[in-house]
Design a protein around this ligand. Structure first.
Ligand SMILES: Nc1ncnc2c1ncn2[C@@H]1O[C@H](COP(=O)(O)OP(=O)(O)O)[C@@H](O)[C@H]1O
Ligand SMILES: [Mg+2]
Length: 603
């Protein structure tokens, strides 16, 4: 070790740095522009540290209005970043920049662990590799630093290939200046406009002002607001609304604003909005949550899937202290910190929805916009299905709009199930013969006409211990009538003609206007589900349906005394399918048959 400080010294990087540099430059970051995020984060950290230490006179106070300054020089091919932070002495330069994974920030944080959280400054970067991201864009990096309270300045220089040099330097004030000698293929970053865009994208909410040189003048380019970090009492509705519009690129006002700070084992701030109108891009297609993740105000990604797809309409920001800046995609998916944040967000959004659902009129707006998306949670997230189901409103045979709780409150004696009929079209559902008999019993039926309605009731199974039951599978409610000899013969003949298309032909006690109706087997999919499966080209499964015939219908009575009913059976079967919104098995043959029958009747 040299005896005089003033001598220039060349040292090798600490162990592993060479390899790690390679890793950082080539794989840790997918996006070169984030070198600026890392260097700005370091400058903000250093300024925070100095501000904090100055409180106890351990460092000289910051200059008035400290900032980070960024200047690009196209002639010299350099970008210079200057701060007034805590600075580094000679050995700190060697320690902090010459050794990897020995993050000065984590050492500093550890030394602060004894302090109360609210006294700690907010420090970005716990990982110890951020600085090296500079070598993604620069083939030489100079760091000129003077420690706050120190007398001399030192310069650290490296081309990132195993060695660095330390030498005395000149710097008037405490702080750090980083000069990046840009690689030939990184010229784009010398454009002030490009720099401005990058800074705004990543660091718009960093509290420390960031100034960019343009035409020889420095001016602030960031907002520094981080609205989510401010106390609710200090934020007006307009502030929220304009932030929401900025975030969601939308023009409406938020329908709900959910702003809170989680304290304790997990610390984060969240500001979430539910839009009051559908976005231009259909939410059904956009599917992945775009809630932005920030770490200590610095933007990280909107790809962290902070909310499940059934809440993908929520826009907003989550800002945590508990993650490093440089989280990779893999870490984003698996870190328990994010898992816990995700859970907390879902619960918070659901409880907000529950509160808002009390105002039925207002809640309708929400359901019209996003009810379909929310419904997806019924089968994607069985853990929350009951809560979600409790929020939804349905059309029923008794009410234009009802919740499941209201439905249950109206249950007559003897009814223990929640009956539903799923189909494509609300008006057609209302007229379905499947409903016949339910009114007499006083049983209310939910009419579900969303495409996904065919799926979720079977998946969700029950709500508050009441099972969902498809009316097209509720044949058991209506015991078949005793068959007279003539009717029995008709049933038998029909059964023979239809073969294994039906499991049974019975005499209905509930049909009024329709000649016949299909009833799905209790086990297996109901009729609406079978229809969807068929449309999707999936093979049918489960037992074939039952055919109930109306013993008072002319069409049925006319069959008495006939021995073979091949054509008639096919016709009845097709008519029953048509009533369900299904196509006859062979539409052309069906049309010919009807035409022939009409001709006979006419002749
Ligand atoms: N502008 C700066 N001013 C003072 N110290 C800095 C500056 N930039 C980097 N450092 C020091 O170098 C260390 C390494 O930085 P970095 O690789 O970004 O890791 P991290 O920020 O995660 O600690 C920091 O912890 C800090 O001690
Ligand atoms: Mg850092």
């Amino acid at each position: 070790m040299s005896d005089i400080n003033a001598a220039e010294e060349t040292r090798p990087f600490g162990t592993e740095v060479g390899r790690l540099l390679d890793l950082v430059v080539h794989s840790l970051y997918s996006d070169r522009e984030i070198f600026l995020r890392e260097l700005v984060a370091n400058a903000a950290d250093a300024t925070d540290k100095r501000r904090f230490l100055a409180l106890s006179d351990e460092a000289p106070a910051l200059p008035e209005n400290p900032s980070v300054r960024i200047a690009a020089d196209k002639q010299a091919h350099t970008i210079t970043i200057t701060d007034h932070g805590i600075g580094m002495g000679k050995e700190e330069l060697a320690e902090n920049l010459g050794t990897i994974a020995r993050s000065g920030t984590s050492a500093f944080t550890a030394s602060l662990a004894a302090q109360k959280p609210e006294d700690r400054p907010s420090l970005i970067g716990q990982f110890g590799v951020g600085f090296y991201s500079a070598f993604m864009v620069a083939d030489k990096v100079e760091v000129i630093s003077r420690k706050a309270g120190g007398a001399e300045a030192w310069e650290w220089v490296s081309e990132g290939r195993g060695l660095y040099t330390l030498k005395p330097a000149a710097r008037e004030e405490a702080g750090t200046t980083i000069i990046l000698h840009m690689k030939p293929d990184a010229d784009e970053f010398l454009e002030p406009l490009r720099l401005k865009t990058i800074i705004r994208k990543w660091a718009d909410h960093v509290a420390l002002p960031i100034e960019l040189e343009e035409d020889g003048k420095f001016s602030a380019v960031t907002e520094g607001t981080a609205l989510w970090r401010r106390a609710k009492a200090d934020i007006s509705e307009q502030d929220y609304a304009s932030f929401y519009r900025h975030l969601g690129h939308s023009f409406d006002a938020p329908w709900a604003t959910i702003h809170w700070r989680a304290e304790g084992t997990l610390e984060f701030s969240a500001l979430l909005f539910i839009p009051s109108s559908k976005p231009f891009m259909p939410v059904e297609e956009q599917h992945d949550s775009k809630v932005r993740l920030h770490v200590k105000r610095m933007f990280i990604t909107e790809g962290a899937k902070l909310l499940p797809s059934w809440l993908s309409f929520v826009v907003g920001v989550v800002d945590t202290e508990d993650l490093p800046l440089n989280v990779s995609r893999e870490i984003l998916q698996s870190t328990p910190v994010l898992e816990r944040i995700r859970k907390a967000l879902v619960n918070r959004v659901l409880s907000e929805l529950k509160a808002k659902a009390k105002d039925a009129e207002d809640f309708k707006t929400f359901l019209v916009n996003f009810g379909n998306v929310l419904k997806e949670g019924l089968y994607e997230d069985t853990g929350h299905a009951e809560e979600i189901a409790g929020l939804l409103r349905f059309v029923s045979t008794k009410e234009e709009s009802t919740t499941l709780d209201e439905y249950i409150a109206r249950l007559p004696e003897g009814q223990n199930e929640i009956y539903y009929l799923a189909g494509d079209d609300a008006a057609a559902l209302k007229a379905s013969p499947q409903l016949e008999g339910f009114a007499e019993k006083g049983y209310e039926v939910l009419l579900l006409s969303d495409p996904i309605d065919a799926f979720w009731p079977t998946r969700t199974e029950s709500y508050k211990d009441k099972k969902f039951k498809s009316v097209s599978q509720s044949g058991a409610l209506f015991a078949p009538a005793e068959a007279s000899e003539a009717l029995g013969a008709i049933c038998k003949a029909l059964q023979t003609a239809l073969g294994d298309k039906v499991s049974e032909v019975t005499i209905s006690t509930r049909l009024k206007d329709s000649p016949a109706m299909l009833v799905a087997n209790d086990l297996g999919p109901d009729l609406a589900m079978q229809r969807l499966l068929r449309r999707a080209g999936r093979p049918a499964f489960g037992l074939p349906p039952k055919l109930e015939i109306n013993p008072e219908h002319k069409l049925i009575l006319a069959l008495a005394g006939r021995e073979t009913l091949t054509e008639e059976a096919a016709l009845l079967f097709d008519l029953a399918k048509l009533q369900e919104g299904d196509l006859p098995e062979n539409p052309a043959a069906f049309v010919r048959q009807i035409a022939a029958q009409l001709a006979k009747a006419g002749g």
